[in-house]
Structure formats: C-alpha cells, structure tokens
Ligand binder design. Structure first.
Ligand code: SF4
Length: 350
C-alpha cells in the first residue's frame, strides 16, 4: 500500500475500493509530489479532529455531560459490580456532575471549552458517564432535547454499551440525525470473548459487532473504544484486533493503554498478581500503537491514541507525560519509522 498521492479529497468510501490509488499502485515514488495522505492531511494517521474540521469547516469541541444514567452491568439487569477496570469518576471531567442540571453542565462546559480553545464556535454534547441509552425512550428524548436546545450544540456523541441499544432507540437517533450530528460510541474494549468475560463486561463481542452494524446501517457514525493491555492478551492478539475492527463499519476509534484505577476490582487483581498484566511503558506503547495503526483501515478516524486520567485515581499504567506530548511523541516516532495508518492494511479476501 502506498502512503501519498497527488490529490485526494476526504477519504470517505475508501474501504473496499480497490480502485483507490492507495490500494492499487505498486510503488509510491512517482507520487511524492504532495505529502497528503488519503484522509486529506499531512498527518500520518487519520485524525478525527481534522476530519471534523474538514466536515464542518471549523473546530468542534465536545462538552461532557453526566445525565445521571446508570449501567446495566452495575444495577443487576446484566450484572453487578461493573467492568473490573471501571471507575467513572476517573473518566469524567470535573465540571460534570449529575446533581447539576444538563443545561447548567452545558453552560459550564461551553464556558470552560471557550477558555481552552478560543476558536471553538460549536460543540457536541458528549454523554459520557455510564450507559447513555439505558433508559426509556421518552426519557432519552427529553434528555437529548435539553442538550440540543442550545444553539451552540450542533450534535450529540452518546457513549453506551452495545447491549443498551435496540431498534427503537437507534431509529429515533437516526431521525434526530436528519437535523444534527448524532454519533453513538460503544465500549468495545476487546474483540475476545474470554477477555470480555474476565473483565466482567457482561456481553460478548458478537453483541458489539451487531450493535455497530445496526447503528451504521441507519447512517449514524459509530465510535469505538479499545483498551490495550487487558489481562491475558498478548501483543499479537491485540494487533490482530486491527483486522477485526477494520471489517466493521466503525467511523472513529479511541485507543487506550490499560490504566489501572484505585478502588477497582482490576486494581486489586493487579496488586495480587502484577505479572498477569501488560502495563506498557511509554516507548514500548508508541511502537505498539503505531504497529496497530499500520494494520488498521485508513478509513477509520482516530480520536485518541492514549488515555489520561487525573493522577489521584491512578494505580498504574499512566506515564508522567501530558496527552499532547504523548501524541507528539507518537507522531514523531511515525516519522522516524516512515510509516502511516493503513501501511500494512490489507483488504479482506472475498
Ligand atoms: S459498561 Fe461502562 S459504566 Fe458500565 S461498568 Fe462497564 S465501563 Fe463502567
């Protein structure tokens, strides 16, 4: 596969298209006139932030909202105790607080983001904490509409579990998507059922794959979240997940090294048996995540390449480096290796 070519716009529809110059040319030396990758930028991976800028013409920032949902893997309808690594306090920004109204959280969130990113003009409400489709449809409608009543909120990103959606909810979201950008983000975490069982996810990978397909079939962008380093998985097994996920209609992916949080079942397991865990150091992770990107479809937009949480929650698996520096380091390493997302991606044989 070749990295660079003369004039490509966007990147939509590349997957499966063997006519695309990225997939069909045997060498790229004649095509080095421009350092533009198939996704239309000079970055060596298909960055979601750039995709949004291309799509909407300006930067879009997310405003996280905690709408007070719970999770079927905590309240007993699927399981108790939750996923063994889960500590929602560690994931949630400080301005998010379910005891405060959605409107107030959005006002605060927009204010916060406008200070951080002076050129941010529109925002997506990000329903992040717990399972944000886990309620009756009429309640969901009221919650989503409250967020969309702000003129600055032009879309929703709804984080949830693959077993917390159904046809009725997805049909409603597809209706909403006629007027707004509506994306559903699923916790995938692993493609291996034995891992999902071990971390007490309460669903198998088939459930994930079906939810992704059902969502994408309705024209909704689908996000996914994957963790590298879950107990029992080898590096080779984790790298093999790139091909599995590339075959699914995933729009965006967040990649994370395993971070162990205090007061979690997994944290306790780690303290009892640290050898059972692969906690990447930063240099090792850079090369690993680049290996993964090489195998991943160039069409999947990358929203995150590593995780970061407030240090007070962390037991292990976080480096003392800021997220922007981590990203710079990964991109710099990609340059050193002269590589790019999709370099080793192969279309599945039909
Ligand atoms: S599904 Fe999400 S919220 Fe529920 S226990 Fe697992 S990680 Fe936590």
């Amino acid at each position: 596969m070749v990295p660079l070519f003369i004039a490509i716009t966007g990147g939509e529809g590349m997957r499966g298209s063997t006519n695309h110059p990225c997939f069909s040319l045997p060498t790229y030396s004649a095509y080095l006139c421009s350092m533009i990758y198939p996704w239309g930028t000079k970055r060596r991976f298909n960055a979601y932030v750039n995709y949004l800028r291309q799509k909407f013409g300006h930067r879009i920032q997310k405003v996280a909202v905690d709408a007070g949902f719970t999770c079927p893997n905590r309240d007993g309808s699927v399981g108790f105790g939750g996923c063994t690594y889960c500590n929602n306090d560690a994931f949630n920004p400080s301005y998010c607080n379910a005891s405060v109204s959605i409107s107030k959280q959005i006002e605060e969130g927009i204010k916060f983001q406008k200070i951080r990113y002076k050129n941010a003009v529109s925002f997506f409400a990000y329903f992040q904490a717990y399972s944000n489709t886990y309620d009756k449809l009429e309640n969901l409608k009221s919650i989503y509409h409250e967020a969309l009543s702000f003129k600055e909120i032009t879309g929703l990103v709804i984080g949830t579990r693959p077993d917390a959606v159904d046809a009725e909810k997805l049909d409603y979201l597809a209706e909403l998507a006629e007027d707004y950008y509506i994306s559903v983000e699923y916790g995938i975490e692993s493609c291996y059922d034995r891992t999902l069982k071990r971390i007490n996810r309460g669903h198998d990978f088939n459930t994930t794959a079906n939810a992704i397909r059902e969502t994408a079939n309705r024209g909704l962008p689908v996000g996914g979240h994957l963790i590298f380093g879950l107990p029992g998985e080898s590096k080779k097994q984790m790298l093999d997940e790139a091909a599995v996920l590339s075959e699914l209609p995933i729009t965006t992916l967040k990649l994370h090294q395993l971070q162990l949080f205090r007061n979690t079942t997994m944290g306790k397991e780690y303290l009892l048996n640290p050898d059972d865990f692969l906690l990447f150091d930063y240099d090792e992770y850079k090369d690993f995540v680049i290996d993964f990107l090489e195998l991943l479809s160039p069409e999947i937009k990358i929203e995150r390449l590593a995780g970061e949480a407030p240090p007070k929650y962390i037991l292990g698996g976080q480096w003392d480096i800021r997220n922007d520096q981590i990203l710079d380091g990964i991109e710099h390493r990609m340059e050193e290796r002269n590589t790019w997302q999709g370099k080793k991606f192969r279309l599945p044989a039909n």
